[in-house]
Ligand binder design. Structure first.
Ligand code: MN
Length: 231
């Protein structure tokens, strides 16, 4: 292929225990999927259909090993959101909720890093969330654990500490919209493709980090991530 400009790199993530890597296509993120987090953001949790926003593939950082990310520009309120991440292995549209798990390649621990000041300004002015959510290195993600190795987790502790202090602690059983429902609803709007990721939302306890902070996230059975904010 003779490209007019340099072709962008394929962004990839580690697959636990395997040599091959997972190529990242699109990143879909579910908003307000734990009731206590919806409340801390000043919203009523309810069963309105889930809503989604996106990050570019360039947002991904392979956090299978400890990594450092930069403190991003144009914010003074850089927040952590620890999340269960789904990796889609088989695409499809209008996926039946009963078959949705067949489309999952694996699961990982991830961070939806957020410029909260920019997100809330956009939200309150009715503007898009991109500057708050969709910037480079805003999605550190640990090794993907294949569903065929680990099964499909329905309950598991999800935690985040900053400099060893507890910040977020919940259970993925508290997702308002389950993994299957997140896939089925999204696929009604957009045909899913292999390589897509779905970040399923964060529990309560989101807060800011500063330069030099060390974030440690974990989901039982899916490993851990350690992410340092550059000083
Ligand atoms: Mn999030």
């Amino acid at each position: 292929m003779n490209y007019a400009v340099a072709a962008p790199a394929v962004h990839t993530l580690t697959v636990a225990g395997r040599d091959e890597r997972f190529p990242v296509n699109r990143i879909f993120c579910v908003g307000r999927n734990y009731a206590a987090h919806a409340r801390e953001m000043g919203k009523d949790p309810d069963r309105d259909p889930p809503f989604y926003f996106m990050k570019p593939a360039q947002a991904t950082v392979d956090a299978a090993q400890a990594v450092t990310i930069p403190y991003p520009p144009r914010t003074t309120d850089f927040h952590h959101e620890i999340e269960l991440v789904l990796a889609i292995g088989r695409g499809g549209g209008d996926i039946d909720v009963g078959n949705a798990l067949d489309h999952v390649y694996g699961y990982a621990v991830g961070l939806d890093m957020t410029r909260r000041d920019l997100q809330l300004e956009a939200r309150d002015k009715g503007r898009p969330w991109e500057f708050g959510k969709s910037f480079a290195t805003s999605a550190p993600i640990g090794a993907i654990h294949r569903a065929e190795d680990t099964g499909h987790p329905r309950e598991a502790a999800i935690t985040l500490t900053v400099n060893g202090e507890p910040r977020q602690s919940s259970d993925i059983a508290k997702l308002i919209w389950s993994v299957s429902e997140c896939i089925a609803v999204l696929s009604q709007y957009e045909t899913l493709e292999p390589g897509d990721l779905i970040m399923t939302g964060t529990p309560e306890g989101v807060n800011s980090v500063v330069r030099g902070d060390v974030l440690h996230g974990a989901i039982d059975g899916l490993g851990e991530i350690t992410v340092t904010v550059a000083s």
